[in-house]
Design a protein. Structure first.
Lengths: 141, 190, 169
């Protein structure tokens, strides 16, 4: 099972994206998307942005669960209070774990924000952030 | 002697010092540094210099506050100065106690090794190649030490040796005594 | 013991602050105050030079770093401490007493008070007051970012706090 994770900023610009593979059931953590899927992933996420913007006003909670479906691939979303959207493309419904994953990514994002050299909507290029995301994948996905 | 010094400093920190939120402090210092970088067009050498000048301004005023609060007298040797700086000075103002190490044989130079730096929590230097090689993020501390010691007639050269933000193992500041400013000692002291 | 006035001198001996706390005092001209300050600065320095060597050794031994001794831990404010061990400390006349405190950075605080009989009591009191003034100084003057060092003190808060401390209620 592979996952495609993206963080979208307030101007609909991607801040961070990563292809992650599952560690459960003997997976080794490498993402296995076919070549066509690799190209389509960002588009799928982008097209569901409209749905996110509608849904975020409908509910009080930050975690928006599964918002879209593309031929068997589910898209889940989480919106931070400052309108940064975390989107995850996944194949199996795993709501509880995905929710925990999003919450921990939120914590990581907060720490990035505390860096005085980082302004909102800047792309996140830090390798530390990358490795921490990989650790979180190991834990939850 | 150091045990008594340490307990005295703890007592001052607990009772006679007003405290603020550390994140507010870190964020304020962070925005100062990042704004300086933006204003000076990422000329990190110039940023270092400005941070040191700011620090000196702070230091000449901070020393009076330190002397008034602790009632400390003149130190008898540079070694004693080092101990007081690390155990009382840093404890009172930043609630950290750096280690005093690397004394040279003539006792005129030592290093302070920090295992934590409240100024630089959560900071990552920008990724433009130059910052990691040129910017000393906490350079204001060097200025503070230099300015404060200057007001008590010690001409000291203070500079960073290594910094965890730059990828080194530890944060270390080197203090080197250049000379005693004998002609400026207020009348009555020896 | 009532406090008549407070003078603060900078490192070079120039007057940077002067305040009277007793309305009955005669006012001198500004020039006279400056001359007075300079004179005290000079006399203080001369006094340190003419202190006999034997006294000087004693006071050097006694003046160890205060952090060594218990007095630092027990008293809320360190007492009996003045930075200069051999300079002028205290002048007593029939009409007034003068107490002098010099910090490690060269700033002198001079307190002029009414004359009084008991010596040691007054000395301790005066030292305590001078210490408190030093703390107020380091707070309201030093921490004012617009105050330039060694310049005359023009800080309202400092005036307010010292008047609160020194004016008899």
């Amino acid at each position: 099972m592979s996952y495609y994770f993206a963080m979208i900023g307030t101007r609909d610009n991607p801040i961070y994206e990563a292809e992650l593979g599952t560690f459960k059931q003997g997976g080794d953590g490498t993402p296995k998307f076919s070549a066509e899927m690799k190209e389509l992933n960002p588009f799928i996420i982008h097209s569901s942005l409209d749905i996110v913007e509608d849904l975020q006003w409908a509910t009080n909670s930050l975690y928006l669960k599964i918002i879209d479906n593309y031929y068997g691939y589910y898209v889940s979303a989480y919106v931070t209070p400052t309108n940064i959207k975390f989107m995850l493309l996944h194949e199996n419904k795993n709501e509880e774990n995905i929710k925990q994953f999003f919450i921990e990514v939120n914590d990581l994002y907060l720490k990035t924000l505390l860096n005085p050299f980082y302004s909102v909507n800047d792309p996140i290029k830090s390798t530390m952030f990358d490795s921490k995301i990989k650790l979180l994948t190991k834990k939850y996905l | 002697m150091s045990k008594a010094v340490r307990t005295a400093a703890d007592e001052i920190w607990k009772n006679r010092v007003e405290k603020i939120n550390v994140e507010l402090f870190t964020l304020t210092y962070g925005s100062v540094v990042s704004q300086l970088c933006r204003d000076l067009n990422n000329n990190y050498c110039e940023v270092n210099k400005q941070l040191e000048i700011m620090g000196e301004n702070i230091g000449v005023r901070l020393i009076e506050d330190f002397l008034a609060r602790t009632g400390a007298g003149r130190c008898n040797s540079f070694k004693e100065t080092g101990e007081i700086i690390s155990k009382v000075g840093f404890k009172i103002f930043l609630n950290i106690v750096p280690q005093v190490t690397n004394w040279t044989d003539n006792g005129k130079q030592f290093s302070l090794v920090f295992d934590e730096n409240p100024l630089a929590e959560f900071v990552e230097l920008p990724d433009d190649g130059k910052a990691v090689k040129e910017l000393w993020y906490s350079n204001v501390l060097c200025g503070v030490l230099k300015g404060a010691l200057q007001m008590v007639q010690l001409d000291v050269d203070v500079s960073f040796v290594s910094d965890v933000l730059r990828g080194h193992d530890q944060t270390e500041i080197k203090l080197r005594l250049i000379r005693y400013l004998k002609d400026e000692i207020p009348a009555g002291e020896d | 013991m009532t406090i008549y006035s407070l003078y603060i001198l900078n490192k070079a001996g120039g007057l940077i602050y002067q305040q009277d706390y007793n309305p009955g005092l005669l006012k001198l001209s500004a020039n006279d105050y400056l001359v007075l300050a300079g004179t005290i600065h000079g006399v203080h320095a001369i006094a340190s030079k003419i202190t006999p060597f034997s006294l000087r050794d004693d006071s050097a031994a006694a003046g160890q770093s205060l952090l060594n001794t218990n007095s630092f831990l027990n008293h809320p404010l360190p007492v009996n401490y003045t930075s200069n061990k051999t300079g002028l400390n205290f002048i007593q006349t029939d009409f007034f007493n003068i107490y002098l405190f010099q910090s490690l950075t060269g700033i002198k605080f001079i307190l002029v008070t009414s004359p009084n009989g008991v010596l040691s009591n007054n000395l301790t009191n005066a030292e305590l007051i001078l210490r408190k003034i030093y703390i107020i100084f380091s707070d309201y003057v030093m921490k004012n970012p617009f105050y330039n060092l060694e310049m005359p003190i023009r800080c309202e808060l400092f005036d307010l706090k010292t008047t609160q401390l020194l004016k008899p209620v």
